[in-house]
Write a protein that binds this ligand. Structure first.
Ligand code: PEP
Length: 256
């Protein structure tokens, strides 16, 4: 089954509203209007930038979508500082990243939290970009596949197949995020293939074949082609290189 690639730019905590508008406009100016037939593109800016970024993309009719970097699972209430699924949905988001390693490591997000977020998003007919990935210590121990596949199982626990189908898994080895050190295409492929096998095991072959599995971790214009050549890598979750319009566009073009 041919899967349409997805390139998602995770801006992390970068860009004020005015900076976000400038960067989005630059991306839009260079994004050819027929590219969206071959590749799905998402920009994942900080919460405050979501509406302005969406407004530029919508006005320009780019076909590029917006997604949040995180979301809380409750609908509303006394959860100071949190943002709910209905809030990001109304802004125009189609998805949210969940379980990014920075959230897991810096903010104590657990597998159970990730699962609640996947459930909240899919219940609202949105999709989750579920991040999984091992630390260097786990890789050196030789338990990467067990660790990552357990994260995938936990994220999708109790999620109905019809809701899981549209979700995306992003394999992001922690040692490759923001470090300039990329997993080799073979290392990334081995884990992405194991993720797909886990999805087949949890659901069925069709669901596994249809689900997009992304690679993330210092993806850049120099390594994108070799990574995308791998049969189980269906695009990228891109941090640093998505903050520069020309690099992000080059990465998107690699999918055309
Ligand atoms: C990320 O934050 O998801 C990421 C992959 O970052 P970078 O591309 O900068 O390694």
């Amino acid at each position: 089954m041919a899967r349409k690639p997805l390139m998602a730019g995770n801006w992390k905590m970068n860009n004020t509203i005015s900076e976000a508008v400038v960067l989005t406009q630059e991306i839009s100016n260079h994004f050819e209007r027929d590219w969206d037939e071959s590749v799905d593109v998402l920009i994942c800016p900080p919460y405050v930038d979501l509406k302005p970024v969406w407004t530029v993309l919508d006005f320009d009719k780019t076909g590029i979508g917006v997604a949040a970097q995180n979301v809380y699972w409750e609908q509303k209430g006394a959860y100071t500082g949190e943002i709910s699924v209905p809030m990001i949905k109304e802004i125009g988001c189609v998805a949210s990243i969940v379980g990014h390693s920075e959230r897991r490591e810096l903010f104590g997000e657990t597998n159970e939290d990730v699962n609640r977020k996947v459930k909240a998003l899919t219940d609202a007919d949105m999709f989750a970009i579920v991040c999984v990935g091992e630390s260097l210590a786990i890789r050196d121990e030789g338990t990467t596949l067990d660790y990552v596949c357990a994260q995938v199982r936990a994220a999708f626990a109790g999620i109905d197949v019809f809701k899981a189908r549209d979700c995306v898994v992003a394999y992001e080895p922690i040692w490759a995020i923001g470090t300039g050190r990329t997993a080799t295409p073979e290392q990334a492929e081995e884990v992405c293939a194991a993720i797909r096998t886990t999805i087949a095991d949890l659901y069925d072959e069709d669901t596994a074949e249809g689900m997009r599995v992304l690679y993330g971790g210092s993806m850049n214009p120099g390594n994108v082609a070799a990574l995308l050549e791998m049969p189980n890598i269906d695009g990228g979750l891109i941090g640093g290189a998505s903050l520069d319009a020309s690099s992000f566009i080059t990465l998107i073009e690699a999918c055309i």
